[in-house]
Design a protein around this ligand. Structure first.
Ligand SMILES: Cc1ncc(COP(=O)(O)O)c(C=O)c1O
Length: 393
């Protein structure tokens, strides 16, 4: 029998056995390299979605694959009951990448877990219960993280936790009133899922002051904004505001599940043994990937490329159909005058992957941080053709 007649329909098989919780691109992905991925029919796609901001170094980066293979052969796993070189190196790399001296790390497995643990640290170190969150944020699907997430994702769910209150994003007066007796203010400096809605430096610095005055901790959810994506090492650096806690996941281990909370010294010294825990968090395999990823982002100063590509995009995407470009670095929202869905579908026909957002008019760009002028120009040309074709007199 030929390969064609024995081909398995993996899409149908996945649909048969996996709960239907996601809207998916309509192909079976087989492999990836750099900014490109290939489906099982051999079609090549330009990936400007980056596997949802995970593939900062591009797909299957060699340095991470090598570190994983070496670690897997040496020690695949042991729990947090032992010290490991991999964990020590990964934590040091994260502190040196974006913390201040004396900061310390708690490792977990995902963005939601990182936010859960950050809120837990805030509650236990302040002795207060209430967490204030900005409306429209996305912090994950576990109970406490979801309680802090925007209303759309909490619809129909009760019992998520009564101790979270939401205030409008960007409203310092509302933050000040809500912060009385609060343990923390949690927000994404750039609300990515919402549509790359971007805070001002003044707002974030104002929150820093309000938190200091009220005794609450400021938590930046840097699951998307961290690790070079916003044209600086993290949003903390990009906006010049100092949070007490930063949470990371997504690109942290190039796709191996990993999350982390980074705590400044005055908070980390208050965390007590036994307060937090995770079987897999800080495991050797994930930590080997964390170290290799951070080393590669640092060595290539990829935040500088992210800033340069933002400048290129802002300078060359002057289409009348794009009414605004939101975001920073390579976390960008192209805001169209109308629903972006048809344009995203037309890009997919041209084998270019981009993201949508809660704001239906937004096309979200979250490409690998190694993306260059050739890929930006390819997107620009595709949009020119699509807009030209669809342009109304
Ligand atoms: C800003 C932000 N925080 C948290 C999360 C949750 O991360 P995870 O899906 O790894 O739990 C996401 C996921 O998209 C996110 O974008």
């Amino acid at each position: 029998m030929s390969a064609a007649t024995t081909a398995v329909d993996w899409k149908a098989r996945e649909d048969a056995f996996v709960l239907p919780t996601y809207a998916k691109f309509p192909f079976v992905l087989e492999r990836g390299e750099g900014c490109r991925v290939w489906d099982d029919a051999g079609n090549e796609y330009l990936d400007l979605y980056g596997g949802h901001a995970v593939a900062a170094l591009g797909h299957s980066p060699e340095e991470v694959a090598r570190a994983l293979a070496a670690q897997a052969r040496k020690l695949l796993f042991y729990s947090n009951l032992v010290y490991t070189r991999a964990r020590a190196e990964a934590a040091q790399a994260l502190v040196e990448f974006c913390g201040e001296p004396g900061s310390q790390v708690f490792f977990c497995n995902s963005g939601a877990e990182a936010n859960e643990n950050a809120m837990r640290i805030a509650r236990s170190t302040t002795g207060r219960a209430k967490v204030v969150a900005a409306e429209g944020g996305f912090h994950g699907r576990t109970a406490a993280a979801l309680a802090a997430t925007g209303a759309k994702y909490r619809k129909g769910l009760s019992g998520l936790g009564a101790d979270v209150v939401h205030v409008p994003f960007g409203d310092l007066a509302a933050a000040e009133a809500a912060l009385k007796d609060a343990a923390a203010f949690l927000l994404e400096p750039i609300q990515s899922v919402q549509g790359a809605t971007t805070a001002s430096s003044e707002y974030l610095k104002g929150l820093e002051t309000l938190c200091r005055e009220s005794g609450a901790l400021l938590i930046f959810d840097e699951v998307q904004t961290g690790l070079g994506r916003v044209g600086a090492r993290s949003a903390r650096h990009a906006f010049g505001a100092r949070p007490h806690l930063q949470t990371f996941a997504k690109a942290l281990a190039s796709g191996v599940p990993a999350g982390a909370v980074l705590a400044v010294p005055e908070v980390s010294k208050k965390v007590k043994p036994g307060e937090l825990g995770s079987t897999f968090g800080g495991g050797p395999l994930a930590c080997a990937a964390v170290k290799a990823t951070l080393d590669a982002i640092s060595a290539r100063k990829l935040w500088e490329n992210a800033a340069a590509m933002e400048t290129l995009i802002r300078g060359t995407f002057a289409f009348p159909q794009i009414v605004e470009i939101r975001g920073k670095g390579l976390l960008l929202g192209l805001v169209l005058a109308a629903d972006s869905k048809p344009v995203r579908a037309a890009l997919l026909e041209k084998r270019i992957l981009v993201g949508g957002a809660d704001d239906p008019n937004v096309i979200r760009l979250l490409p690998p941080l190694i993306v260059g002028p050739a890929e930006v120009t390819a997107l620009r040309s595709a949009l020119a053709e699509i807009f030209g074709r669809d342009a109304r007199p």
